[in-house]
Design a binder for this molecule. Sequence first.
Ligand code: TXA
Ligand code: MG
Length: 328
Amino acid sequence: MQKYKIEEVVQALLADELVALPTETVYGLAANALSPTAVQKIFDVKGRPLIDPLIVHTHNVSAVEKLSVVPEIAYKLAEIFWPGPLTLVLQKTDLIPGIVTANLPSVGIRLPKHPIFREILIASNLPLAAPSANPFGYLSPTEAQHVEKTLGKKIKYIIDGGPCTIGLESTILNILNPDDPEILRPGPITAEDLEYVFGFRPRYTLRSAHKGSQISPGLLESHYSPHTPLKTFKSFSEIEPVEKMQEMSAIVFLKRPTTIRNSDKVKIFWLSEKGDLNEVSRNLFSLLEKLDNQELKDIFIELPKKKGLGIAICNRLERAAQRNKSVE
Ligand code: TXA
Ligand code: MG
């Protein structure tokens, strides 16, 4: 993959070009958030509907103050979780063009932690709109090679920062009403982490609750899906017996299984030697990407328990399986 100097990347962004770059969560497809022309290109390249708002990334809280109205609680959250995988939904200012937020009066903002992304934000002094760098509806990329494979023909600049350390997209927290915070997308900052700041646990807003409303259209779509049918299970006994399988399938466990082995009809995988959920997150999308290129009949994947980081992992897997039928 070609290497670029920071100055070249900054020039490209100033010239309304797109740049795919690493964040600690997943790779993002970045454009100058202040330029409607540049932002339009994000939607074109991803095949993303214009009703799906983008997250704006910046490098410090004073930039956030220019882009949005910042309630008191946001400063507290920023101190603890920024830079990092937390997106705050705040009331936007006129500085942000309507195309970025799907004409919503609010904007999702976060300060990413990845050193390359931070360096580019600082050097360019631009807020950067960046969704995950995948074609709309496909798995989020956690390595530069994933971006190259799916969007390489459409974009010139892909910055390789190695595999993402977190591997799951940021938590999205709506604090338009600071007294009634709601988690719109579970992520690496868990409800328990947020409870520590608020003194109570923010509620999750069920996707169906916002159906048809404008609050977060993107969150309604089936997402993160590989092309191979994906089926979730809580316990191995829910899967059809391995001896009856007709074609090659993969079974993915959270931790290394002790009794089940590869056979001529199944390939066995695990996301973490001991089932550590941070490791599971880090490996999840890249394993699914790899399996999606192996012409398997099905991918069966184990769901973690729905607490802590397990909530975000289940959320991604259940949505990925939505296209198909879960075996639950
Ligand atoms: O970790 C991440 O958040 C990554 C990296 C690149 O920062 N970005 C990411 O962006 O996952 P994207 O576009 O793939 O997902 C952003 C989600 C969308 O589903 C969108 O609906 C929601 O954020 N969102 C953005 N602005 C919003 C707003 N003003 N109100 C409610 N939801 C919003
Ligand atoms: Mg995305």
